[in-house]
Design a protein around this ligand. Structure first.
Ligand code: F6P
Length: 347
């Protein structure tokens, strides 16, 4: 039974770094909007670039079939920031206006923006320009303010944990220190969760300053305790005095200099963003997507879909925009891991 709100035209885009679950979210929005509300879904290509260059196509229910398990995004993405202009380039300055005009010309009643911090900030600024906007939080970094968790995170933690599990065997064989660098931008969520899940001995995150000598002392102490190898999990966002290479390589050479222990490094990189979404990310992305369609039907615009204590809620974009959700030093996970003897690089 097609409910009222039929005939609304909904634009949808994915912007910023891709992650597993984007297609599940598109499918969640689309199937609910089309099947339940008789709305028309307009897929915008490559994030906000598609709104600037008017690149789009209608997505039918058929287009949404078979994408639940698909990694990446069928719409493409970009890191286009339409409100970021150096004030010199005429085209840059005009981007917000172009988006507003194209929104009208495309006959959109709402624009769904699936993205991380940068995207949700742009979504907020577009809502201030008068567009009806709904935000859906995604990122492997899990650093979006206002929601307990973002989809993409669970998949990245699964991938990183599997990598750490594999490092244990080769580290043990060679009695080595293994340093693994994980993504996360300026937040330590991926390193924290996969470090604990993978039995990391040292976990370094941007939110907790580290001391190289303390780490060296801790690793040498493990050798004295006849623990022949150690796993050092580092978030890419920790301070990197080395600058020339990845922080994993910088720390690896410092650990060798300070301890004389044979050390090797792994930078996991974009593998953390690729491939099929985990079952938990498929469910979360679907929940966010269907909730977004409900919010459109009830014209609850200018908001982000969020998860709070396992409840789906909506949060005003003004509260989310420009903020980061970081790991607090007194986070219970950090305290519990410390109590088990895990080193966070300082005390
Ligand atoms: O935000 C997701 C993320 O993968 C971060 O973890 C990482 O720092 C960044 O994107 C990499 O950005 P890019 O894809 O532009 O190289």
């Amino acid at each position: 039974m097609i409910k009222k709100s039929g005939g609304m035209r909904i634009g949808i885009l994915t912007a910023g770094g891709d992650c597993p679950g984007l297609n599940a979210a598109i499918r969640g929005v689309g199937k609910t909007a089309i099947v339940n509300y008789g709305m028309t879904l307009i897929g915008i290509s490559d994030g906000f670039t598609g709104m600037i260059n008017k690149e789009y196509r209608e997505l039918t229910e058929h287009d949404l079939s078979g994408i639940l398990t698909l990694g990446g995004t069928i719409l493409g993405t970009s890191r286009e920031k339409p409100f970021k202009s150096n004030g010199k380039n005429k085209k840059d300055i005009k981007k917000p206006q172009l988006i507003r005009e194209h929104y009208e010309q495309m006959g959109l009643d709402c624009l769904v923006c699936i993205g991380g911090n940068g995207t949700l900030k742009t979504a907020y600024l577009l809502s201030k320009e008068g567009l009806n906007v709904i935000g859906i939080p995604k990122t492997i970094d899990n650093d979006v303010w206002g929601t307990d968790i973002t989809f993409g995170f669970d998949s990245a933690v699964n991938i990183a944990t599997e990598a750490i599990d594999r490092l244990h065997s080769t580290a043990n064989s060679h009695k080595r220190i293994m340093v693994i660098e994980l993504m996360g931008h300026n937040a330590g969520w991926i390193a924290l969760y996969s470090g604990i899940a993978g039995g990391g001995d040292v976990i370094l995150i941007p939110e907790i300053p580290y001391n190289e000598e303390k780490i060296a002392e801790y690793l040498l102490h493990r050798v004295e305790e006849n623990k022949p190898y150690s796993i050092v999990v580092v978030a890419e966002g920790i301070v990197n005095p080395g600058k020339e290479r990845s922080v994993a390589h910088y720390l690896g050479s410092r650990i060798f200099e300070l301890t004389g222990l044979e050390t090797r490094e792994t930078v996991l990189g974009y593998i953390q963003r690729g491939g099929t979404p985990s079952p938990m990310d498929r469910v979360l992305a679907t929940r966010y997507g269907t909730a977004a369609a409900e919010m459109i039907a009830s014209r609850d615009f200018g908001k982000m879909v969020a998860l709070k204590n396992d409840e789906i809620v909506s949060v005003p974009l003004v509260e989310v925009s420009g903020k980061l959700k970081l790991v607090k030093a007194d986070n219970p996970l950090v305290t519990q891991a410390r109590n088990m003897g895990t080193c966070f690089g300082n005390i």
